[in-house]
Design a protein around this ligand. Structure first.
Ligand code: NOJ
Length: 559
């Protein structure tokens, strides 16, 4: 098969490709629209394969592109082994994998195992088959409470707000940890387990290199009666025996998955999206007998602050060493306010990181609450710091253009269930970071496609369009390209040594080959002395690193 041949001819074909990869997240419906229907699609990704190559990333991670009613942006999967017809076909998918592999870019796809769509054939079968049927066993159906069963079985709330139970016509209730269109699967059921192994092989056989596992910590549940109330759940420790979250027995599932991943050469990789209580709990997902890597979201909730960054970096590198995995770095993704916006907001009392951004979105920004220039400067500084760290870095589409969160989306234009169902964490929801990308400063939907984009793009997208930034050496895109190119040249062993700077607001570290990164989180310039002559990335003014910026120093390291 062509993909296998292409993989063999690539010079970086090692089982460890993922350990220090720069992975670019594509939100397919908002990346590029080849057929002009307003939704990004797989041929759109193919049409931008050269762009991805020029960016210099090692892999792409595709958010779900499967058939879906889009009740949750595609995280409601109706068929795990097909492509949404609005996004293309399986043949298009194969073409995309070939086009990316041809350019040395690996492909990671999203697996959503906690819940299916209510349109999945299993759920439709469960509805039709009625209470007590074998078909209902694949999901979590219960009788209601109250004298006539008309109340939900428990008072549990769903992540997007409202009850976590939905009633069906014959009076039973089913559990949905997210939207009602996302019924939770029953991971005690052998068919459910078996079917996901089939799905993992299906995509691996098509040349997919790795998987991102959605809410990896929620699959297995102890639902023995009587079910606890929310108040009772809150008193329980997260020690591996919690009835709903981060149970030790979920790792039996991932041990089975690992055996499937290791059937392939190189073994398929996986990264867990696991929101768990401690670094030690997270480490279990990253073990070599399990998924192998886990997202570290600590920087998403941190401020642009030297002390917080240093602690998070040290802790996560130490934690990764305990499992033999490498850590991951994330500043933005499709679920959170873009970091260029978070960093441009004045600190709000009691609010940090994502929460602070959410408050701005909820207030309908931008007004005078957001200093876009400051946010972007800090975003550059933080990204350059991340790209200098050991471990893999996940970049989210649009951040390479310096995009800010889009606040200008009317209530009737929004799509995110978190907005409609009033989930507290998400404020106005996550649509503001999912607006289709601007490729050209003019033309329909800024070059995204021939029609209107499925979410409204603001006028200010024009100045961030790819065709504008490409020709501007001082643009964010030029900076990302240069950083990713240099990172490949400078990449070295997975460790770092902190160098004391005598300033609480300046971080400096060296990698084993002498590559150094200096980030000034403060406002006073930081003098580099004679090292200023060896700066290869970032701006030096009068021999110093300005406030809110990062430089890379590489004495004699570049050919
Ligand atoms: C996490 C995903 O990142 C998010 O977008 C989705 O809404 C939930 N999981 C539910 O699948």
């Amino acid at each position: 098969m062509t993909d296998a041949l292409l993989l063999e001819t690539r010079d970086d074909t090692t089982a460890a490709w993922w350990r220090q990869a720069a992975v670019y997240q594509i939100y397919p419906r908002s990346f590029a629209d080849a057929n002009g229907d307003g939704l990004g699609d797989i041929p759109g990704i193919v049409s931008r394969a050269d762009y991805l190559q020029e960016l210099g990333i090692d892999a792409v991670w595709l958010s779900p592109f499967y058939p879906s009613a889009l009740a949750d942006g595609g995280y409601d999967v109706a068929d795990y082994r097909d492509v949404d017809p609005r996004l293309g076909t399986l043949d298009d998918f194969d073409d995309m994998v070939a086009a990316l592999h041809d350019r040395g870019i690996r492909v990671v796809v999203d697996i959503v195992p906690n819940h299916s769509s209510d349109l999945h054939e299993w759920f439709q079968e469960a509805l039709a088959a009625g209470r007590g049927s074998a078909a209902r066993e694949r999901y979590i159906f219960r009788e209601g409470s109250g004298p006539d069963g008309s109340e939900p079985p428990t008072d549990w709330t769903a992540a997007f707000g409202g009850s976590a139970w939905e009633r069906v016509e014959d009076g039973q209730w089913f559990l949905h940890s997210f939207a009602p269109e996302q019924p939770d699967l029953n991971w005690d059921h052998p068919e459910v387990r078996e079917d996901f192994l089939t799905t993992l092989r299906f995509w691996s056989d098509r040349g997919v290199d790795g998987f991102r596992i959605d809410v990896a910590h929620m699959l297995t549940k102890d639902l023995s009666e009587p079910l606890p109330s929310t108040a009772e759940l809150e008193l329980l420790p997260h020690d591996g025996n919690h009835p709903l979250h981060d149970r030790d027995d979920v790792h039996e599932v991932y041990a089975e998955w690992r055996r499937v991943f290791n059937e392939y050469d190189p073994p398929r990789t996986a990264v867990a999206e696991a929101w768990v209580s401690t670094p030690e709990r997270r480490a279990k997902y990253a073990s070599a007998e399990g998924l192998g890597q886990a997202f570290n979201f600590d920087l998403l909730v941190a401020d642009f602050d030297a002390t917080q960054f240093r602690t998070i970096i040290s802790d996560n590198l130490a934690q990764a060493r305990t499992t033999g995995s490498s850590t991951t770095w994330v500043l933005s993704n499709h679920d959170v306010t873009r970091h260029a916006t978070r960093y441009g907001l004045a600190p709000l009392a009691g609010r940090t990181g994502v929460k602070q951004g959410v408050e701005w979105v909820a207030a309908g920004g931008p007004g005078d609450q957001l200093d876009r220039e400051l946010g972007l400067r800090r975003a550059h500084a933080a990204t350059l710091l991340l790209l200098g760290l050991p471990g893999s870095t996940y970049l989210y589409q649009g951040e390479e253009l310096g995009l800010q969160e889009v606040a200008e989306i009317g209530p009737d234009e929004r799509q995110d269930p978190a907005f409609f169902r009033g989930a507290e964490f998400d404020g106005l929801g996550r649509d503001g970071c999912r607006v289709p990308l601007p490729w050209t400063a003019s033309g329909s939907s800024f070059g995204f496609g021939a029609g209107d984009a499925h979410l409204p793009q603001p006028e200010w997208f024009a100045e961030h369009a790819v065709d504008v930034e490409e020709s501007d050496p001082s643009s964010t895109l030029s900076l990302y390209r240069e950083a990713l190119r240099l990172r490949r040249e400078l990449q070295t062993d997975e460790s770092l040594e902190w160098i004391e700077t005598g300033r609480a607001d300046v971080l400096r570290f060296a990698r084993p080959n002498g590559w150094q990164i200096v980030t000034n989180f403060g406002t006073e310039p930081f003098d580099l002395g004679t090292d200023a002559a060896d700066v290869v990335l970032g701006t030096v003014v009068d021999g110093a690193v300005s406030g809110d910026s990062t430089v890379w120093i590489a004495p004699g390291l570049l050919g």
